[in-house]
Write a protein that binds this ligand. Structure first.
Ligand code: PGA
Length: 242
């Protein structure tokens, strides 16, 4: 695990965008695993700017997102499909038919999950997976638990996650209670992993990610077993690192 400490959020975003752009420049038809949340917004802004300047080309790229809320359509402004269109896809030269987000309105969720994993396999797997991290160590919506799932699956969101995400909704009651998420197996199969985090509220979990025991109670700790992980964080998130 390589840990890079940036001086602030903007530098973290910039370094992460460069890492992703370098990957795409080396492999123009790369399969990118993408993430939502507050953390990657700055990085996506930088990628948009770099695309405008001709520094990175998304025309041959395919993307697969980590997760989606169950019950929200892609037009709902809090769905992760909407987030991706709004914060990245609408502003870069990507072929939208090659951007995949789980369908939160699928009638048969189990089938949707199975087909999502089959699609990723058919694409040849994920080349570079971007991750944020929850305060409780979740990655995607893989919440702390006694056991973790391998493949894409339906999951219940933890109370703390619902609270953390309520800031994006009009009220906490509107936050969906279930989501479809890629599993730990799917994430670990990515050839390279790029995890980003910012702010003091992430300091404790970042220390556990880097130095803690590997436990299903901190899903992100599994990343210690991956051979190519880059963690880019700002100074505040690095505060508790031993
Ligand atoms: P955040 O979410 O980027 O909004 O902090 C991270 C996560 O929950 O994975």
């Amino acid at each position: 695990m390589r840990v890079i400490v940036a001086k602030n959020y903007d530098e973290m975003s910039n370094l992460a965008a460069k890492e992703m752009a370098d990957y795409i420049n080396n492999k123009p038809n790369a399969v990118l695993g993408l993430a939502t949340g507050g953390t990657p917004i700055g990085m996506y802004k930088d990628l948009i700017r770099m695309n405008e300047l001709g520094e990175v080309d998304f025309s041959k790229v395919t993307t697969v997102n980590l997760d989606e809320y169950v019950g929200l359509s892609g037009e709902h402004d809090q769905s992760y499909r909407y987030f991706m269109n709004n914060n990245l896809f609408n502003h870069i030269n990507i072929d939208k038919s090659k951007t995949f987000v789980p369908n939160g309105l699928a009638n048969d969720i189990e089938k949707e999950c199975r087909e999502y994993d089959e699609r990723i396999s058919k694409l040849g797997g994920i080349d570079i997976q971007l991750l944020g991290i929850g305060n409780n160590g979740h990655i995607g919506f893989n919440e702390p638990a006694d056991s973790l799932s391998l493949g894409t699956h339906l999951t219940d969101l933890k109370e703390g996650t619902i609270k953390a995400n309520a800031r994006f909704f009009d009220s906490i009651d509107e936050v969906p209670k279930k989501a479809i998420t890629m599993g730990l197996g799917g994430i670990m199969k990515a050839k390279k992993i790029l995890l980003i985090a910012s702010g003091e509220s992430k300091a404790d979990i970042i220390n556990k990610l880097v130095n803690g025991k590997i436990t299903t109670q901190v899903p992100a700790s599994m990343l210690q077993m991956h051979r190519d992980v880059v963690v880019i964080i700002d100074k505040d998130a690095a505060k508790d690192l031993k």
